[in-house]
Write a protein of this length. Structure first.
Length: 143
């Protein structure tokens, strides 16, 4: 995972090793931006989903990949997210993710496996429509 996401991620307490992702069953990449109205609408829905599925144990880890233009935008928006993030100044990693995964609009939520292979590009729609029930389909797709 480090080769795709870098050696460290941003957590609520500061920098954290990417190796922490091994604790989660599933990894989602959340491409979003503070200036995007659909993103601001979906982020609270996703935060509720994240908190529900992880209530008893870590099943899902989400990594925020920002499309914000300034550190202030990033910080203010990330304050409302309970998950990890690619650090704002990790521009090369963020750009590589946007390009390699062909993300050209936000919000986008992508399920990847432990090798970085895309498993599902429609996770945003599935979370919005099915909530925690989306986990069952994702588990099947991963195995």
């Amino acid at each position: 995972m480090e080769r795709i996401l870098g050696d460290s991620l941003l957590g609520k307490q500061g920098s954290i090793s990417t190796s922490v992702l091994s604790q989660a069953d599933m990894i989602l990449l959340y491409f979003s931006a503070s200036w995007c109205p659909p993103c601001r609408q979906f982020t609270p829905v996703l935060a509720n989903f994240y908190n529900q599925v992880n209530a008893s144990r870590k099943q899902v880890e989400i990594i925020y990949v920002s499309w914000d233009q300034t550190i202030q935008q990033f910080t203010q928006y990330y304050d409302h997210m309970p998950w990890l993030a690619i650090p704002f100044d990790s521009t090369i990693i963020k750009d590589r993710l946007y390009e390699s995964l062909a993300v050209n609009s936000v919000p986008t939520l992508i399920l990847i496996d432990r090798t970085g292979r895309v498993v599902n590009r429609e996770c945003r729609k599935e979370v919005a429509q099915n909530g925690v029930k989306a986990l069952d389909a994702w588990r099947k797709a991963l195995h």
